[in-house]
Design a protein around this ligand. Structure first.
Ligand code: NAD
Length: 360
């Protein structure tokens, strides 16, 4: 039976980078006879323009029925003034939550060819290969109540809530340990247990889960220290597991170690490894429509999809090799450009990956 993949390009550079990723996906589909069927729909600002909401019910139903979802990015100044509940980013939170995508995997791998593109010294980042496992459907981004209210003295006050239940912590901890087990066997759990009650429970539960993984070395780190260690000595980390907001911030920080957020893919998985795959970056309205966005994060998201949702590691390896070949050829989009390399646009980069894949 064919496998259904739903493509949601989104806003800003989303459609530009997605067009390149789809070229790579279609070629991989033919080359490895994967039997994928692709369909397209809208999310985010594009969905607000079409349906008045950032995620229409019929789009969500198609996402639920699909075997995997490939997403570009959402958001942009055009929709920034809308009420919070119908803003593009709400569509993203809703689809993650409705699909039960609680585990967000964000690798930060430095391609050796790009060691110069990092703002850190090459010796600090050379050979970097970290995986950040971020809890994605709980914590402060979803906690209720959340409110902005006016106090008796007339001052406005806003608050959010940061809840974590034991089962939510346990299942994300398991993902962290499982990933560490097949990588470098080191897991660092990041929290703020010196201050937050939710973090104290987080730490206790992670310790309990660790009993099932005696082969994995567990450490704990406060988030402020982790932010510092990531730029001081990032290679000390193998797998990092953390909550929704800490993971959001730390994974963006880790992305910069690799030169550009334009290189980083991500996977968001449910309990059965059904997933949504997307670049770590946003819709980059500042460069949208110029044909200069880096499509590699989205192309590498296709490779993660093949690996995690479809167990097609040969096809995933082939895409990653093709990306490496293109970097060896010295081709660079503006965000990873350095002197002595050749600057290409979004389409040029996508075409080069397709050509490299065809020739493998
Ligand atoms: P951003 O990731 O869109 O951009 C940050 C910087 O990185 C910009 O200078 C941008 O030009 C650059 N950049 C990002 N992707 C790039 C690529 N592929 N190639 C080259 N350069 C790239 O973050 P932002 O500016 O904070 O947010 C812009 C919009 O995106 C906002 O509306 C935000 O809400 C939304 N956003 C969406 C997602 C998502 O869809 N998952 C994630 C983050 C932000």
């Amino acid at each position: 039976m064919s496998k259904q993949i739903l493509i949601l390009p989104g806003d800003g550079i989303g459609p530009e980078i997605m067009a390149e990723a789809v070229k790579v996906l279609e070629l991989t589909n033919d080359k490895f006879q994967l039997g994928f069927e692709l369909s397209h729909d809208v999310i985010g600002g594009a969905a607000i323009d079409k349906h008045g909401v950032p995620l229409a019910d019929e789009t969500l139903a198609r996402a639920k029925a699909a075997d995997a979802v490939l997403l570009g990015a959402v958001g942009g100044p055009k929709w920034d003034k809308l009420e919070r509940d119908i803003r593009p980013e709400r569509g993203l939170l809703k689809i993650r939550s409705a699909l039960g995508l609680f585990a967000n995997l964000r690798p930060a791998i430095l391609y050796p060819q790009l060691a110069e593109a990092s703002t850190l010294k090459p010796e600090v980042v050379a050979g970097l290969d970290i995986l950040i496992v971020r809890e994605l459907t709980g914590g402060i981004y979803f906690g209720q109540p959340r409110e902005t209210r006016v106090l008796e003295n007339g001052e406005r006050q806003a608050f959010d809530t940061l809840p974590y239940s034991e089962s939510e912590i346990r299942r994300i901890a398991r993902v962290g340990f499982d990933m560490a087990r097949v990588r470098g066997k080191k897991l660092c759990s990041v929290d703020k247990a010196n201050v937050l009650a939710s973090s104290q429970l987080w730490r206790e539960v992670v310790e309990e889960v660790a009993k099932d993984y005696p082969d994995v070395e567990l450490s704990h780190m406060y988030v402020d220290n982790a932010a510092m260690q990531l730029v001081r000595a990032p290679k000390q980390f193998d797998v990092v597991v953390t909550d929704n907001m800490f993971g959001d911030i730390l994974s963006d920080e880790a992305s910069m170690l690799t030169g550009s957020i334009g290189m980083l893919p991500s996977a968001s998985l449910d309990a059965n490894n059904k997933g949504m795959y997307e670049p770590c970056h946003g819709s980059a309205p500042d460069i949208a429509g110029q044909g200069i966005a880096n499509p590699l994060a989205t192309i590498l998201s296709v490779s993660m999809m093949l690996r995690y949702s479809f167990s097609q590691s040969d096809a995933a390896d082939a895409i990653e090799r093709a990306v490496s070949v293109v970097l060896d050829q010295g081709l660079r989009t503006g965000d990873i450009y350095s002197e002595g390399t050749t600057k290409v646009g979004t389409v040029g980069m996508g075409d080069a990956v397709v050509a490299a894949l065809r020739n493998l």
